[in-house]
Write a protein that binds this ligand. Structure first.
Ligand code: C2E
Ligand code: MG
Ligand code: MG
Ligand code: MG
Length: 283
């Protein structure tokens, strides 16, 4: 475009690029400082069993609350953390914090109160050959069995580099569950089910949004859970926002769901309340 465009367009392009780069550098420096200053915390969103909506697991979701009181969305800082490599340090903190929390819930509510605690792992982390050791160490440090941890990866991440698939295989050998996040939005979702040791798929919100729409829109949601079931995989429907969607998912044979209709991401104490409400016998 620069070659065919006018001088003015080239200048405009350069200016916005420079601005973007400056912003990135600022965010990167701030991320580093924020990590040292303890400005990050994890929220946990319930994953529930349909149709009753009983909590069976949680997904950890990172938040950055800065000194000025603003909360930064992971969509804004995870990409920068990835580009700068800071995701390795941040990711290690996330894994350790989630495992510590899992251990705390085991103590408070018994070892079976939550079937799984899920942690998101991004493309750059999958390229780190130390990741499986890091996961094993976090589990051991807090006495959490591997089977209780789910690592959420995306198809895009697995395709990012040759080493990513080897890392996923090593993680799977540890005994943690592997969930394919945002399933159906990548390039080769179905092919990946053959080559990657997947235990669960998380059907992307875009398909849930198509429920109760046209038969064509529903067809994909139906097909995805059919394939998952015939392969012995767990299916979680993401981004369920309405009662009608939850009902339709149940009719279509979905067993697990996550979304604002059931619960928003919440601090650990709120998960405690949910677990206590469901098991009044527990202390
Ligand atoms: P994700 O892993 O697909 O997480 C689900 C996102 O959907 C979360 O956004 C969650 O708050 C949101 N969500 C859940 N239910 C609903 C719903 O019913 N409606 C709508 N509109 N949204 C819903 P969040 O927390 O902003 O995270 C965004 C993304 O950032 C995540 O997508 C994940 O890719 C990434 N991320 C979050 N935490 C981490 C982390 O600890 N490590 C890494 N590497 N990535 C993370
Ligand atoms: Mg996820
Ligand atoms: Mg997801
Ligand atoms: Mg998603």
């Amino acid at each position: 475009e620069a070659a065919t465009g006018t001088g003015a367009r080239v200048v405009h392009y350069d200016a916005s690029l420079e601005q973007r780069l400056t912003q990135r550098a600022t965010v990167a420096a701030d991320l580093h400082r924020g990590l040292a200053a303890g400005e990050f915390h994890l929220l946990y969103q319930p994953i529930v069993e349909l149709p009753q909506g009983r909590i069976v697991g949680v997904e950890s979701l990172v938040r950055w609350s800065r000194a000025d009181g603003s909360i930064v969305s992971p969509a804004d800082f995870i990409p920068v953390a990835e580009d700068t490599g800071l995701i390795v340090e941040l990711g290690a903190w996330i894994l350790d914090t989630a495992c510590a929390q899992a251990a705390e819930w085991r103590r408070l509510h018994g070892p079976d109160a939550l079937r799984s605690i899920a942690v998101n792992v991004s493309a750059r982390q999958l390229l780190d050959p130390c990741l499986p050791d890091l996961v094993a160490a976090a589990l051991a440090r807090h006495g959490v069995p591997a089977a209780q941890l789910t690592i959420e990866i995306t198809e895009t991440a697995v395709f990012a580099g040759g080493r990513a698939l080897a890392t996923v295989n090593a993680l799977s050998r540890l005994g943690v569950s592997i969930a394919l996040d945002d399933f159906g939005t990548g390039h080769s979702s179905l092919g990946l089910l053959r080559t990657c040791p997947v235990d669960a798929i998380k059907v992307d919100k875009s398909f849930v949004d198509g429920l109760n729409g046209t038969p064509q829109q529903e067809a994909i949601a139906i097909a995805l859970t059919g394939i998952a079931q015939s392969m012995g995989l767990r299916t979680v429907a993401e981004g369920v926002e309405t009662e009608a969607q939850a009902r339709r998912l149940t009719e279509l044979g979905y067993r697990h769901a996550q979304g604002f209709h059931f619960a928003r991401p919440m601090p650990p104490a709120a998960i405690d309340d949910l677990l206590r409400a469901e098991d009044p016998v527990a202390a």
